[in-house]
Design a protein around this ligand. Sequence first.
Ligand code: SIN
Ligand code: FE2
Length: 215
Amino acid sequence: MTIDLFEDSPPPPWREQLGPGAVVMHGFVRDHGPELLAAVNGVIAQVPWRHLTTPGGFVMSVAMSWCGNGWTSDHRGYRYSERDSRSGQRWPPIPDILLALADEASRQAGFAPFIPDSCLINRYDPGSKLSLHQDKDERDFDAPIVSVSLGLPAVFQFGGLRRGDPARRVPLAHGDVVVWGGPSRLCFHGIMPVKEGYHSLVGPHRINITLRKAL
Ligand code: SIN
Ligand code: FE2
C-alpha cells in the first residue's frame, strides 16, 4: 500500500480496550471526514442505499450499501456476493482511502497487515439501530473487523461470545474506529437507536463503514 494519507496524522488521542483483540481508537480518522465521506458518496452513486429484509422477514431500519464483495440478506439468509445478481456486474472496488485506513487501523490495533475484500456501509437515520449479532458470515476469522464511525454519535454495544453475555456500552463519535479480531472476532455487538441530531459534515445520519475479509 503506497498511500501515505495517514502517516502525517497525530497518534490516536485515546485508545479504549474492550477486551483481548478489541479496541476503540477514538478520533483515529477525525481529520479525514471529508475524504471518507467523498469515498462513501462515490460508492452510493453506484450502489444506492437499500433497506434489506432479514431472514426473519423484518425490514432493517439501517440503510446499506457496499463495495468489494457485496451483501445480501433475504429469506434464504445472509451471504456475500462478488457481483450484482441483477446486472451480473462486479460491485464497485473498495476505494483506496478505505483500503489504507483498514490496513493502518489493523496494524495499530496489533493485527497483521490487512487487505479487506468487502466493505459494508450502513446509514443510521435517527431511531435506526442494529440488534446484537455476530459477524460470522465471513470465510476467514483470522482477519479483524475494522469499523469506522462518521456523523451522528451512537452507543455501540460490545458483548461476549454468547448472546447473553453482558454487553458493554461504548459511545462512538465521528472519526472513531473500532477494531475487533483474534479472541474477540466473534463477539456479539450492536448499535442502540441513534438519537436525533445534525452533524455538520454528514447531516442527520450516522454512517458506519466496516472493512472485512469476507471471501
Ligand atoms: C456492524 O455491526 O456491522 C456495524 C456496527 C456499527 O454500525 O458500528
Ligand atoms: Fe456487525
